[in-house]
Write a protein that binds this ligand. Sequence first.
Ligand code: P6P
Length: 333
Amino acid sequence: MRRVTLTQFLIEQQRKGLMGADLRLLMEVVARAVKAIAVNVSKGALADVLGEAGSDNVQGEAQKKLDVIANDILIQANEWGGHLAAMASEEVEEIRPIPSDYPRGGFLLLFDPLDGSSNIDVNISVGTIFSVLKCPEGNAVPTEADFMQPGTSQVAAGYSVYGPATQLVLTVGDGVHGFTLDREMGSFIYTHPNMTIPEDTKEYAINASNQRYWEPPVQRYISELQAGKEGPRERDFNMRWVASMVADVHRILTRGGVFMYPMDSKMQAQGGKLRLMYEANPMAMIVEAAGGAATTGRERILSIQPTKLHQRVPVVLGSKNEVERVTRYHNEG
Ligand code: P6P
């Protein structure tokens, strides 16, 4: 079968009028940065890239060396190209307007440069998550307020998984498309056209050690799954938890499932565990474009009007019928 590269795929998307040249170029730059991150991640113990960086990020989490490396790669790759007005990263408190010595473009890029980084030192899959918004007109210098757009405003979203293979998954709203890195050629090859999530599933992903902190609707839902065929669901379920959102979501995109990081009483003050702007929103855009659903348990994630760049939300996403059931249980009270 003829191998289609990411470049060719993006040019064809542009020819179909699904994206402009500037967004296509941005996708190419992000893909190149992902390749550079993949090279560093795959070095593991052979290079000085494992372990702690000796600093904390804006979340107060100890940064891994690869968190900092991945963040620097994404910033350096994107600041000179002329397609962005500003960037925002999970690793950095403030937004980063494009320096005045470079041309400014019309997009805002948000990213979690290395999601799941607590798994790096034990060689478990991690990934990069990114979201693209249009920068509102009129501001000479973009501000954080320009980023405060609901997930429905995203023009593109994607993630990479640094696993046995390095894969890139993206959407510009017209379906979800997966690419696998051919390391010999250094090209992403179009291997997973039109990824879709089955509406039903027998697999769920949740950190079950938090069970005592969950709200009643989540307690009910999970206990029904655990009751299996003797319980109200009358069938058995399987559980997976990688503790790397990208890996769990990629499995769900590939074979179905429901991913949950629900509100829990120990996270109430922060609003949840996962970040809205560069984790929940891009993943929700991808999941919905693949025929799945994504809510906080109570409302559609993509409809949330953000108020802070690093705000957190509860997340329930994946196979549509399971997400709707969890959401129904919450709304039944
Ligand atoms: P826990 C990784 O730190 C992350 O942000 C997500 O990638 C992952 O799903 C979650 O946190 C894991 O959380 O509480 O299981 O360590």
